[in-house]
Design a protein around this ligand. Sequence first.
Ligand SMILES: [Zn+2]
Length: 597
Amino acid sequence: MTILRKGTWFIGRYTGESEIARLKAGAVPPPQGRSYAPDKLVDVLHIKLEVSFDLAGKAVRGTATHTVSPLTDGLDHLVLDCVELTVEGVTDGKGRVLPFDWDGEKLTIAFPKPLGAGHPIEVSVRYHGTPRSGLYFTGPSEAYPETALQVWSQGQDEDSRHWFPCFDYPNEKATSETLVTVPESWTVVGNGALVGVTSDRRRGTKTWHHRMEVPHVSYLLSIACGEFAKIEDSWRGTPVQYFVKPGQEKQARRAFSLTPDMIEHFSETFGYAYPYPKYSQVVVEDFIFGGMENISATTLIDRCLMDERASLDYEPQDLISHELAHQWFGDLVTCKDWSHAWLNEGFATFCEVVYREHWRGGEDAGYHRLQQMQSYFERDRSERRPIVTKAYTLPMELFDQHIYEKGGLVLHMLRHVLGDGPFWASVRAYLHEYAGRNVQTEDLIGVINRVTGKNLEWFFDQWVFGAGFPEFEVSYAWDEKHKTATLTVDQKQKVDERTPVFRTPVTVRFHGRRPVEEGIVVSQAHQLFSFRLEEKPAFASFDPGFHILKKLTFKKPPEMLKTQIVKDPDWFGRVEAAQALCREGSREALDAVGKAL
Ligand SMILES: [Zn+2]
């Protein structure tokens, strides 16, 4: 039945209202509790959005013109997401009126003549509305008289449909242009190149025209409008711009001055030069998130700006590097559906660490990584789930520490398992192969396989499609007669259908006059590893650098810990020794910690 109904989408002709009801009846509801990307009728090639505002009424009026190309022959209708907007009329590229129906969520437009596959058509929707999400109007109030009049958008995850009709799901990419009419003293920050600004003196307005030539998903289409001061910077000749409220220029310079260095570092490290004609960062009033990586035009919360005193306690660099990294991971290459959103968020979170490494060095980056790990453990205590899952109702449910922190830490492990050279070669190939396209996790696995020859399905199975993390209990013993060190490694996590016994390569290091490093592969719940050494080691490390996402209890003699806390060149090792001594709790142990500090 369903197949037949779907079939009628493509062979039927528009005959009236009841026909539209029949067309919509063809939609197949997903199984309970699981979410999938929607079907597509067309390839959206281009979105042209012309809007103006009634600031007092917090209303938008506009025309959204989609250029679409049918995917199959005989297409007789188009469906766009459109919520709480009043549609005034729909026309095709020649100005002919097209019948439409709107059920409060979906706008179904009928074509009088069925279209052939690959024959593009323009569809213009005139509409107006007072959006409750997607587009936000700010201004002074009694409680906050300083708040500036602004209009800004926030599309992710599925809120663009609240301010313009569109195919509002990440599995569709189009080029775009916006023509936004605002009061003449205002600036509009949009996506891509500024084509031009035209004035209407009589009305006291200006229309700002932006154009983005790199195809992108609809949630990345953005505008930020208001009275802004503009600070100009540049990277390899590409404009880098910071927009803030007039008077905040100094704070803006303090917050954003590292941006060109970040663009350079990411361009070099990713092997893919920043791909858009400009990079803007705009700070808006009352932003609902920390930042949003709108394509080539990141929107940020005003808390990233601070005076000199506050900047001693907080630095916005992680926020700035995170949103910038999204310009590649999320914007250029985008998750095909929300279940793979970690390919956006995990990469951006990982890149916070990548930039810190370059900016502040390995220890600082490591400390940031440790904080991310703690944050993930906290989340895991209340909910354990795989990073990739279709078991969700609202996409926002997925946007937690599983896809951010754990996603980032998994990529760090991937880098550690592959080694820097093969890892970055894979990242480079991934970006070049999927630029302007959508991805799912299997695509990343495939690229790694092609570039390095390594089949890492086992790695992704446990870390991405499985849940949890290993909880290692390691104990150390020394046999003087045979000059042998033995490590007993137990995995103590509760194993169930989602949480496996983990398989992971681990570096083991024995410190002494001549440090010895060995690689082992842990893959069972209980394992013994023996090492013939020339001398009794001063102390031993399990995973120096703390690259593996794990909890570790390493039982070592107190003498070893006391040496490690001062002698371990690895910062993580010193922290681990301090924690172990504190747990031990004897007077002597605490003295050793005190002395080391
Ligand atoms: Zn993000």
